[in-house]
Write a protein that binds this ligand. Structure first.
Ligand code: NAD
Ligand code: MG
Length: 340
């Protein structure tokens, strides 16, 4: 029955990418064959390999599996390393894309052989403008999960991954583990005129961002938002609107849930919890619009300037959305009859 079913399954090229990805997660043989004809993004101790384009920009190196295989063999690896690749994406023609950490090989030799450089993800993610940036974030998160999930937390026995790397199973009792993300709420609070940003001691010079925090077990999105804002700055939220979400690989794997919220203009006095934040303050529309125009981060010795999170961060998106909404409100007010 199964072999008859197989013969009528559409060939890989007929399956839409999402379905094809699912098939590869469930079928180790199909996944191995997709790996042989696929592309690999290399990592070295979780830093992705980037190449310089002719225009001088950086792009992630998507290498043909056959090329990776020959590089690894030239550098003395037995060839089985390629099988440790994890499935991350699929191109339109159903060419599967994988990530592989070659941390056991000499970094410089791999860089020379592949004409690229391994660059910390915290730097590389923000230098990349290509659609591959989220693939690198996902790849790093998956590779890290495999590196830290080798043992079953119930039996202490080794776990084994499937070929796609989408799950691990305990070798003694078969418990299946799936990659984990921690839900994090992030919120841009407004009092109608200004928005509230906070600064952690580890942030780059001058940077302020929307308030964020990990969800506690059992909390809803709204409960987590109200608790985080009350804990970090002592404010009570009036209304919450969901905006958008993103996977965030730092420090581990989080699902950032981005929202806008308002507080009463009569209750905007902040009580900053300095155990969590170095500072938090209200910013005017003018301060935010000037900061959005800045191209380079402030350097030590510069006059203090507000520096906002990079475009790739959901915090940036929330700030841009708020700015557009405030500018629209101002235009509406100016166009009202009787306004000067
Ligand atoms: N993408 C963005 O735009 C953006 C912007 C701001 C913050 N962030 C991310 O949001 C995350 C959370 O923000 P925060 O640091 O203010 O959180 P937070 O206010 O909850 O404080 C962090 C503390 O929470 C505790 N904690 C509880 N559950 C945790 C878990 N599952 N993992 C790790 N720590 C846990 C730890 O003690 C940790 O020190 C940060 O990791 C940061 O990278 C992303
Ligand atoms: Mg926080």
């Amino acid at each position: 029955m199964w072999s008859r079913l197989r013969t009528i399954l559409p060939s890989p090229n007929c399956l839409p990418p999402r379905w094809y990805m699912n098939r590869l997660k469930e079928d180790d043989t199909a996944c191995l064959s997709a790996l042989h004809n696929g592309q690999i993004f290399l990592f070295h101790h979780l830093s992705p390999l980037l190449q310089c384009t002719q225009r001088g920009t950086l792009r992630p190196a998507a290498l043909a599996t056959s090329d990776v295989q020959s590089v690894l063999e030239r550098l003395g690896s037995d060839g089985s390393l390629v099988k440790k690749s994890v499935l991350v994406s699929c191109l339109e023609q159903n060419q599967a894309q994988f990530c592989l950490d070659v941390g056991e090989l000499d970094q410089v030799s791999v860089e020379e052989a592949c004409e690229g450089k391994f660059l910390d993800l915290r730097k590389s993610l923000f230098l990349l403008t290509t659609a591959e940036a989220p693939i690198l974030a996902k790849g790093q998160a998956l590779l890290r999960w495999h590196q830290t999930s080798r043992f079953c937390s119930a039996t202490g026995q080794l776990t084994h991954r499937n070929q796609a790397g989408s799950q691990r199973a305990c070798s003694s009792n078969g418990i299946i583990y799936y990659p984990k993300m921690s839900p994090v709420v992030i919120v841009l609070v407004s009092d109608g005129r200004r928005c509230l940003l906070g600064r952690q001691p580890a942030f780059p010079l001058g940077m302020y961002s929307a308030l964020a925090g990990f969800c506690d077990m059992g909390e809803s999105l709204e409960e987590a938002l109200c608790r985080e804002v009350a804990e970090e700055v002592g404010l009570e939220l009036q209304s919450i609107t969901y905006s958008s979400s993103q996977h965030w690989p730092f420090p581990h794997s989080s699902l950032m849930l981005g929202c806008h919220a308002t507080v009463s203009p009569a209750h905007t006095q902040l009580q900053v919890d300095h155990a969590e934040l170095e500072n938090a303050r209200w910013f005017s529309l003018e301060e935010i619009t000037s900061a959005l125009k800045l191209q380079t981060p402030p350097q030590r010795g510069d006059s203090p300037a507000l520096w906002l999170p990079p475009k790739q961060a959901v915090a940036h998106r929330l700030i841009t959305e708020w700015t557009k909404q405030q500018l629209l409100k101002d235009t509406d007010q100016n166009q009202r009859p009787g306004s000067c």
